[in-house]
Design a protein around this ligand. Structure first.
Ligand SMILES: Cc1cc2nc3c(=O)[nH]c(=O)nc-3n(C[C@H](O)[C@H](O)[C@H](O)COP(=O)(O)O)c2cc1C
Length: 224
């Protein structure tokens, strides 16, 4: 855990991006309030549709509230975890990931802070660009938060399992009807390591001019 001196965020951007990953195993040691607020201040530098800045962040430190979120997470995990293990038989990498998710399910109530990223305002199912703009107004800020946490030496992950019931999440957090919980970010000092992460070659997800024309298939950018 760092000492009381202010945490610096001067990690090179590329290093923060390439080593940021879902860090689920976290120590219970506390995080300074000033640091938590700074992380959210950096998250707020993200864009929102029409610059509405309609985000709301709930930092949960109360053990009773954490316990309720952890319970909801375990409920969803008891279903998805079983399905995931069956589907991942013989895939050691996937089984390692599921072990980490299992660890998180058993320890979520012990992490020092859980941030719930929410949006204020109506969530319209149609037309598509309107519904995309709704969730598109929270996830850039969540990514900022994850990168800032990485640069500060904290572990974090974007999770949604505790939100399987929006009704229940609203009740646990005391959210009004017009505030939608969108993502949960448990934060703490990491027990394990950060990235690098593994991703598909960039050429496999990029088309040129028309979808499916993949001149760079199988290739990396060559810049790294
Ligand atoms: C929308 C979304 C929801 C997610 N929900 C969960 C979740 O409920 N529980 C969990 O353990 N991880 C969750 N994840 C994390 C992904 O499993 C993780 O980002 C992915 O495995 C890549 O991990 P890596 O960055 O360490 O390679 C979620 C990620 C996203 C983008």
């Amino acid at each position: 855990m760092p000492d009381a001196s202010p945490v610096r965020f001067d990690m090179p951007l590329e290093e923060a991006i390439t080593t940021q990953r879902a860090v689920r195993r976290l120590k219970p040691d506390p995080i300074d309030d000033a640091l938590l607020l700074r992380l959210i201040e950096l998250a707020q530098k993200a864009p929102t549709g029409s610059n509405a800045q309609n985000w709301e962040f709930v930092i949960v430190k109360d053990p009773a509230v954490k316990a309720q979120l952890a319970k909801r997470n375990r409920q969803a995990w008891s279903l998805y975890g079983g399905l995931g293990r069956r589907a991942s038989r013989g895939d050691p990498k996937m089984l390692r990931l599921l072990d980490a998710v299992q660890w998180q399910a058993e320890h979520l109530h012990e992490v020092p802070a859980i941030v719930i990223a929410c949006l204020r305002g109506p969530r319209l199912p149609w037309p598509n660009f309107v519904s995309a703009s709704f969730y598109g107004s929270i996830f850039p800020s969540v990514q900022n938060l994850l990168l800032a946490a990485r640069a500060a030496g904290l572990g974090a992950a974007l999770i949604t399992l505790p939100l399987w019931s929006t009704f229940s999440a609203r009740r646990i957090l005391g959210l009004p009807w017009n505030v939608t919980p969108c993502a949960v970010i448990p934060l703490g000092w990491p027990i394990g390591k950060y990235g690098p992460t593994t991703r598909r070659p960039v050429g496999d997800v990029v088309s040129l001019d028309r979808f499916g024309n993949r001149p760079w298939k199988g290739k990396a950018s060559g810049a790294a």
